[in-house]
Design a protein around this ligand. Structure first.
Ligand code: G16
Length: 547
């Protein structure tokens, strides 16, 4: 069926479950308890079809995942034709559709979208979709499929995928048979592209000691295992842990990138010892953090900030060695970036740094403004973007010396190795492993770039997190009125103190971030700011939680 079936849409096949619940297309799409999402999936199916029709039948992606959230949650996000997040102007449509109660209201919103975007509802539409390992995915997929059917999309189920694989597939499909072809639109094509690029970028270098990867008991586990079939053991040696995707309740539980970043410790049961190298993915394998214990047995985190610093340093040196003066590197961070990392980037690497709001979509767009834009959130979400001009320069520059040729080849391999559609734990891991292998560095040597200021992230559950409104890339609160002044007064009491508060876009909580000169002062500042938030906004469920 290709027609747009208004009468089915009006019959409102899947009704809004809890009348009073308001959905928001947030930091990473819709995300909440899985049992509240069936009507949302149905409507997202309709929206994805409309988006494809609007864009001349270009393939749109739908990913069903709640990433780092607990197993009982689920979520959904749309992927635009070049593999990037849904254009922001359409997020409002997503929210309106999700909150339309009853068939008439739904049809009305659909008609508004159609009219505002001059969409020919009989135009062709193509949508691909994938999902993670959550037990709720099977039911939600059915709801999505109904939405795709009533709106007349040519729908293709790509099955179990990591989020970045789905982004990759969308871009490959939309660029197939063009000069801009991104790759073979299959899972195998993804594995081949990344593994070949990795082999090139570490050629002639001794293999490092084995890397242990914590896969958060999520989709990253089977996919990494599959990927490793394309890389001989003498090129990259990997031990996989937390790979149980069948037992209930294990996804992201006391493991994964979010746990390691917020708890600042290795997952229980990891046999981490001085000299070993560990990393953790999150539940849908789009984030990664590295860590190790130093010779004193102290846990050291190499988070998204450290990865950004490492990548920027390496790429800048390659660009220099390649003799290419026209390519300028820039870095994009959020307010969660550690103050020391920003200092390192601006003062040591002398690289321009922009700060934007939380959410990959914000970082991605900012990074597109640079020739090479390195973007990472401290939580390990990020990638590197090469502008079309930079890609062309790298491709066409003729080497005058063997050293220049080596640098150009390395840059070329990086453009293939890095998933430029979105942050990708497997691809980012290969990027880090490339750099460490080329340098023959340990994590300890990588960590020497700068010392993190002690920092703390605290989660506060309040009655209504939506009353928190921010400005200045989320670094200041505008509402509740007066609260920012109270936070500033507290911060002023601490050397190198910094703290900010914002509502999470993926969890029902307010996040409080603090950093200061010492661990004790940081914890004190975080707890005092969290208490302020709790008191002002009607905290729920006892005292504020340490994330
Ligand atoms: C998502 C977003 C990230 C964001 C994170 C936390 O990550 O993609 O950009 O940093 O949520 O967002 P918030 O603080 O608004 O809850 P993931 O890995 O869960 O998709």
């Amino acid at each position: 069926m290709t027609s747009f079936d208004y009468s089915s849409i009006k019959s409102n096949i899947i009704a809004h479950k809890v009348e009073s619940y308001t959905y928001t297309y947030g930091t990473a799409g819709f995300r909440t308890k899985a049992e509240l999402l069936d009507s949302v999936m149905y409507k997202v199916g309709i929206l994805a079809t409309l988006r494809s029709k609007k864009l001349g039948g270009a393939t749109i992606g739908v990913m069903i995942t709640a990433s780092h959230n607990p197993e009982e949650d689920n979520g959904v996000k749309l992927v635009d034709p070049r593999g990037e997040m849904l254009e922001q102007s359409w997020e409002g449509y997503a929210t309106s559709l999700a909150n339309a109660k009853g068939g008439d209201a739904l049809a009305e919103v659909v008609e508004e979208i159609v009219a505002a975007n001059k969409i020919d509802t009989e135009a062709p539409a193509a949508v691909i979709y994938g999902y993670d390992t959550r037990p709720s995915c099977a039911e939600l997929v059915k709801c999505l499929e109904l939405g795709l059917e009533v709106s007349g999309a040519k729908a293709t189920n790509f099955g179990l995928k990591t989020t970045p694989m789905l982004h990759y597939l969308v871009r490959c499909i939309n660029t197939a048979n063009t000069s801009d072809s991104y790759g073979e639109p299959t899972e195998e094509g993804y594995y081949k592209k990344l593994s070949e690029a990795f082999k090139t970028s570490v050629k002639g270098k001794s293999r490092l000691s084995p890397l242990t990867v914590d896969c958060a008991n999520g989709v990253g586990a089977p996919k990494l295992r599959e990927f490793l079939r394309y890389l001989p053991e003498d090129v990259l040696s990997v031990n996989i842990m937390n790979d149980d995707v069948t037992s209930l309740g294990k996804l992201n539980k006391d493991c994964g990138a979010d746990y390691v970043k917020t708890q600042q410790r290795a997952p229980p049961g990891s046999k981490i010892a001085p000299g070993s190298r560990f990393c953790s993915y999150d539940g849908d394998a789009d984030r990664i953090v590295y860590y190790f214990v130093d010779s004193n047995g102290t846990f050291r985190l190499l988070d998204g900030d450290k990865i950004a610093g490492l990548a920027a340093m390496f790429i800048m040196e390659l660009v220099h060695d390649a003799g290419i003066s026209s390519i300028k590197v820039g870095v994009v961070q959020t307010a969660y970036a550690n103050g020391s990392s920003t200092n390192y980037l601006t003062k040591v690497l002398n690289v321009p740094v922009s700060c934007v709001s939380t959410g990959v979509k914000h970082l991605h767009h900012e990074a597109e403004k640079y020739d090479v834009g390195v973007y990472f959130e401290a939580n390990g979400h990020g990638t590197v973007l090469f502008s079309p001009e930079a890609l062309n320069t790298i491709k066409t520059t003729e080497a005058k010396t063997p050293a220049q040729k080596h640098a150009i080849d390395q840059l070329q391999a990086l453009t293939e190795l890095i998933n430029q559609t979105v942050g990708d734990a497997i691809s980012d891991m290969l990027l880090v492993e490339t750099i460490l292998t080329n340098r023959q560095w340990t994590c300890e040597e990588w960590n020497q770039a700068y010392t993190d200021l002690p920092n703390r992230l605290v989660k506060v559950v309040v009655k209504d997190r939506h009353i928190f409104k921010t400005t200045n890339a989320e670094r200041q609160l505008v509402e509740p009125v007066g609260l920012q002044g109270e936070i500033d007064a507290l911060v002023a009491k601490y050397a190198n103190g910094r703290s900010f508060v914002r509502a999470s876009g993926t969890e029902d909580a307010v996040r409080v971030y603090a950093e200061a000169s010492t661990r004790a002062e940081t914890d004190e500042l975080a707890s005092k700011v969290a208490q302020l938030v709790y008191d002002r906004a009607g905290g729920v469920g006892g005292r504020p939680l340490s994330s």
